[in-house]
Design a protein around this ligand. Structure first.
Ligand code: HEC
Length: 161
């Protein structure tokens, strides 16, 4: 093979690899693993264990919100901060990398918004924020819960046998 021909071959191989890597990155970061849902939402196709992990986190949100409203009624801002921090960004680190790759970008953005929102609520409550201000901030965070449920659902699981 002439030097020109072999460098052309190497360049083609490099170009091919770049395309493959870009396609994989797009799938992992942007597209995730999704299907259209019958009701117009997007189904995020997760393995049963991943689905269980996500739904466990969701139920954790409800019980965290229960603790926050209870603490707000008593004007216990330290307890508001503790309950809110437990749902913050640090809690999101449990998600395995493989599962992260199945979540579409819009889903990840809303998840980051909710966790970051709870961090902000915790920081404000710990620094003298009032109960009324916390309620206003929670309204914003809950808007992301609503937006995600309106856009996404999980694949219906096989019944346990
Ligand atoms: C990034 C997307 C996203 C965000 C943000 C989100 N959820 Fe969810 N949640 C889901 C999906 C998807 C399901 C499964 C719904 C389905 O399959 O129909 C779900 C299910 C749930 C469930 C049902 C749990 C179960 O065991 O069946 C509850 C409760 C819930 N979410 C509460 C919340 C609350 C409260 C918030 C905000 C603090 C929240 N979610 C934020 C995506 C999200």
């Amino acid at each position: 093979m002439t030097p020109a021909a072999s460098s052309r071959m190497y360049l083609s191989i490099i170009a091919l690899l770049v395309i493959v890597i870009a396609a994989m990155a797009w799938k992992f970061i942007v597209a995730g693993s999704t299907l259209p849902a019958a009701d117009g939402r997007i189904v995020v196709a997760l393995a049963p264990g991943e689905r269980a992990l996500l739904l466990r986190e969701m139920r954790g949100f409800v019980s965290g919100l229960q603790r926050i409203s209870d603490a707000l009624a008593r004007n216990d801002m330290a307890a508001v901060a503790t309950a809110s921090r437990a749902m913050g960004t640090a809690a999101a680190h449990d998600v395995p990398l493989e599962m992260l790759g199945k979540l579409p970008l819009g889903f990840k953005k809303l998840a980051v918004g909710v966790h970051g929102g709870f961090d902000a609520v915790a920081a404000d409550a710990a620094q003298g924020g009032t109960a009324t201000r916390t309620l206003g901030q929670l309204g914003g965070v809950l808007g992301d819960c609503v937006a995600c449920h309106a856009a996404y659902q999980l694949a219906v699981p096989e019944p346990a046998r």
